[in-house]
Ligand binder design. Structure first.
Ligand code: SF4
Length: 341
């Protein structure tokens, strides 16, 4: 079964944030000193997450991506992966992680059924890693990448990088070369003005056009790879054969093909990364809703979806952070680290 929204976009991917906690404090995601966290009793148990995932999969979701905060902070994550892996109709379980805890956990997660891993990494310099994340851990992330690359049966490994003007943009080429050595496919993501990015400024975005220009200056002709799966990254091949991606969420958003929904760790379902309100699925399942009622609710909400958050913000005069600090403090679900980026 598949469900279409008002623009004919099918529900295809569900990102599940398994915790809002993180062991790093990246500038573009968690720049503040203090945070309001989701209350512990509200965090969904694995059985609850699996029940919700089952409903989404029966409505056409083929891919689940586990996110955070930092998903590897959630205890016994392999157990959840094994439960999700058993869902009929599901094609893939992926994970986005900062990689700090990955080396130790990768073998168990892959054994449980994890199919793909994406590691966020913005610098190869220890001192800069500390400035960007306010924690140490670059060596652990690199160990995690090596461990993930060595796992048999795992899909192509990816590295996600956000380039910030005047901060790490000088590492563009070093990061490409590093990814080639891992080996992993690196994707450069334009710095986004989503909830949590309270220090975002348009002039700090290193754009798709600039990235391509710098790559071409170094490598010569960059060949576009035709898209075949509606994924957000535009992919390119360098003359030596190495592939990489660019996710131009700010300058060339891809809302037209967006099949993604997001579930926070406390069961709030958002239909767009920029949505200011979500649907409380925890209240439904803890309130005794039947499976049929749950399916009906999700299908109806998706069929009414008309979100195109990033497209709506292109060309805004005085574009600024989406949510004020005050609003973030009153509702931690507005934070990017709660809704899984
Ligand atoms: S802004 Fe919203 S609709 Fe657009 S691609 Fe992102 S999640 Fe999808």
């Amino acid at each position: 079964m598949s469900v279409l929204d008002r623009f004919g976009r099918r529900l295809g991917t569900l990102r599940i944030s398994v915790t809002d906690r993180c062991n790093l404090r990246c500038q573009y995601c968690m720049p503040e000193r203090e945070y309001a966290w989701l209350p512990k009793p509200d965090i969904l148990r694995f059985e609850e997450l699996t029940r919700l995932a089952r409903a989404f999969v029966s409505l056409g979701v083929k891919k689940l991506r586990l996110t955070g905060g930092e998903p590897l902070l959630r205890a016994n994550l392999a157990e959840l992966i094994a439960q999700l892996k058993a869902l009929p109709g599901l094609e893939e379980i992926a994970l986005t992680t900062n990689g700090v805890l990955l080396a130790d956990q990768a073998p168990e997660l892959v054994k449980a059924g994890l199919g793909r891993i994406t590691v966020s990494l913005d610098t190869l310099k220890e001192e800069r890693f500390f400035q960007l994340t306010r924690r140490s851990g670059l060596a652990e992330v690199e160990r995690g990448l090596v461990a993930a690359a060595a796992q048999p049966g795992l899909g192509p490994l990816k590295i996600d990088t956000v380039l910030l003007r005047g901060v790490n943009e000088d590492e563009l080429l070093d990061l490409v070369e590093y990814a080639g050595r891992v080996p992993a496919e690196i994707r450069f993501i334009e710095y986004m003005d989503v909830g949590g990015a309270t220090t975002w400024r348009a002039e700090d975005v290193v754009t798709r056009a600039e990235i391509l220009e710098r790559l071409s200056a170094r490598y010569g002709r960059i060949e576009p790879i035709p898209a075949d799966d509606g994924a957000p990254a535009e992919r390119f091949r360098l003359p030596g054969g190495q592939t990489l991606g660019i996710i131009a969420s700010v300058t060339q958003p891809f809302c037209k093909t967006c099949d993604r929904a997001r579930l926070t760790a406390d069961g709030t379902w958002y239909l767009c990364l920029y949505a200011e309100r979500g649907h409380d699925l925890r209240a439904l399942i803890r309130g005794g809703a039947s499976d049929e009622e749950l399916l009906e609710f999700i299908a109806r909400a998706w069929s009414l979806r008309d979100d195109r958050g990033a497209e709506a913000r292109v060309g805004l005069a005085d574009r600024a952070p989406l949510v004020t600090l005050r609003a973030l403090r009153s509702d931690p679900r507005l934070e990017m680290h709660s809704r899984g980026g």
